[in-house]
Design a protein around this ligand. Structure first.
Ligand SMILES: [Zn+2]
Length: 267
């Protein structure tokens, strides 16, 4: 009897996967020392991030001035230098969008979008710094790029970056954009993995502390979020579950972040 599994396609697939893996971009997180691989290199990320940013802004009510824009800009301005060398090739930019959605994200390459709907939950400057630090960490740690590689979307992404993204079919395109972090905007929620979430928590905490914000406020923010899961949970929670495990992990990271905070306050 012949075996029912065909071996040749498996070998070809394995070779392709090995090739994809070793031709991918290697990233090193200077905060944790962790090495990872992603489907896109930094310049491809920047191209896709910028395109996505423009699309989001062109279909949104952008708040160019006033107290909300001032607040967001002030916090971002303090956080950006705190990201250190890893973000040297980032072109940071931040925009505020009028929306009832409680959400914020940072696209690969450093384009940040904050919805006014999140400001009541962040409550104060340090609370906002906790959210932005976390979102910026997803970008500096290249989580979108890693996610693309993991999902085997390398091919799609390469086609996309060769300026042909407009010709990509809508479904694929939405997947790429969602993988890069603009999920909610495209109606496709693609949660980051738990590992990515805790890495972004850990690194984001360091960023906010280094920027001179009390890292305790990050714990306070997620505690507020975990208590607010009422009738209509904030959009941020759809891909950032706020559970006791997350809050505990943040608490575990506090001593290291507190040391950064003390250092920032002395300077
Ligand atoms: Zn996250």
């Amino acid at each position: 009897m012949k075996p029912s599994i065909k071996i040749i396609p498996i070998i070809i697939a394995a070779i392709l996967i090995i090739f994809q893996y070793f031709s991918s971009t290697k990233f090193r997180n200077p905060e944790t020392g962790k090495v990872s691989r992603g489907a896109l290199d930094s310049s491809d990320e920047a191209v896709l991030g910028l395109q996505s940013y423009r699309e989001v802004l062109s279909s949104s009510d952008v708040v160019a001035s006033g107290p909300e824009a001032d607040l967001v800009n002030r916090v971002a301005k303090r956080l950006i230098p705190a990201t250190g060398v890893v973000a040297n090739d980032f072109q940071w930019e931040v925009s505020v969008v009028r929306s009832t959605q409680a959400n914020a994200f940072c696209l690969p390459g450093g384009k940040i979008v904050v919805y006014t709907g999140i400001l009541p939950s962040t409550k104060n400057e340090a609370g906002l710094a906790a959210v932005l630090g976390h979102e910026m960490a997803h970008a500096t740690l290249h989580h979108g790029s890693q996610r693309l590689l993991k999902q085997g979307l390398l091919q799609t992404a390469l086609v996309g970056t060769s300026a042909a993204i407009g010709d990509m079919d809508t479904g694929k395109r939405q997947m790429v954009m969602a993988a890069l972090g603009a999920g909610a905007q495209y109606g496709v929620i693609l949660p980051f993995s738990r590992g990515d979430e805790s890495e972004a928590d850990q690194t984001g905490l360091i960023y906010m502390a280094r920027a001179g914000y009390d890292p305790q406020e990050a714990v306070a923010f997620w505690e507020r979020m975990s208590q607010s899961g009422g009738a209509k949970p904030p959009a941020l929670l759809s891909d950032h579950p706020s559970d006791t495990a997350r809050i505990q992990r943040l608490r575990d990271e506090l001593p290291k972040a507190q040391a950064e905070y003390e250092k920032a306050r002395r300077n």
